[in-house]
Design a protein around this ligand. Structure first.
Ligand code: ZN
Ligand code: ZN
Length: 268
């Protein structure tokens, strides 16, 4: 095993633990895998060698390892990078033209709490996935079936007590990919900017909504606004109200929420 210094030296995102690799700088998982293939006969051999060496000595967490762990944790907290994986093409290009180290401000994007465009529920940005609503890169396999599912007019017929104007105002008019048709979709309209409406940018959606809508036969996402969840725009005083306070208010339609606290994660 190599020695890690106690001194505050700059640490790479990923370090190789073996002797002779003290100066190796690994930026991401792909780098690490290549390094293992080149120098240590593959990741599995590297892993076994490390485990064997660790069993023969008492591993000491030196200052530099401690700092690297904190650095990775803060990277996740601030930028939402869950692992040193899947660098974007832009990031890779910057790595290639720079000195092989990616400056912090160029890594990923800022970690944010954002709403899913389909269900309007908040999620951390790393849990959201890009979805192209229209255009050549459209993520839907059957865009017209998705438009049927999220059709505001159908919603107005199903829920006559919800103000129809507000349902229409929360709809986004989109060109259906592959056709000349334009259809309205009931979405979190404030989160769909002009670029996304023209197919030049993706919107953020949660994993459940994404999985339901990109299927060969798209299904209604269970938590979608269009699945009976849109009750109209909240009055201004309600919009700035804390979530707990809102739950105490009488609602227009009966909604029950069951929260179960358990210590057994296998049987929540
Ligand atoms: Zn190595
Ligand atoms: Zn969602």
């Amino acid at each position: 095993m190599r020695d890690f210094p106690d001194e505050p030296v700059p640490m790479p995102p990923i370090s190789c633990l073996l002797q002779g690799c003290e100066s190796v700088w690994l930026n991401h998982l792909q780098d690490f895998n290549e390094h293992c293939d080149d120098r240590h006969e593959g990741v599995q051999t590297y892993r076994l060698r490390c485990l064997h060496l660790l069993s023969e000595s008492v591993w000491q967490v030196k200052g530099s390892i401690h700092r690297a762990a904190l650095q990775n944790f803060s990277e996740f907290q601030v930028r939402g990078a869950t692992s040193w994986n899947a660098f974007s093409q832009d990031m890779q290009a910057m790595l290639d033209e720079d000195n092989g180290q990616l400056a912090k401000e160029r890594r990923w994007s800022q970690r944010r709490w954002r709403a899913c465009v389909v269900c309007a529920e908040g999620r951390w940005s790393e849990e959201l996935q890009p979805l192209w609503l229209t255009g050549r890169q459209c993520s839907f396999k059957k865009p017209h079936l998705v438009a049927d599912l999220l059709d505001p007019e159908k919603y107005i017929q199903t829920w006559p007590n919800v103000p129809p104007d507000e349902v229409r105002r929360s709809s986004v008019k989109l060109a259906i990919a592959g056709t000349l048709l334009c259809r309205s979709l009931l979405l979190h309209s404030r989160r769909v900017d002009q670029n996304a409406r023209q197919g030049k940018a993706a919107v953020d959606v949660c994993a459940t909504c994404h999985a339901c809508l990109v299927k060969d036969n798209p299904e209604m996402p269970p938590r979608a606004l269009a699945n009976g969840k849109w009750l109209g725009r909240h009055p201004e005083t309600m919009r700035s109200m804390p979530h707990g306070h809102r739950l105490l208010l009488p609602v227009r339609r009966v909604i029950s929420t069951k929260v179960i606290f358990t210590s057994d994660p296998r049987n929540p």
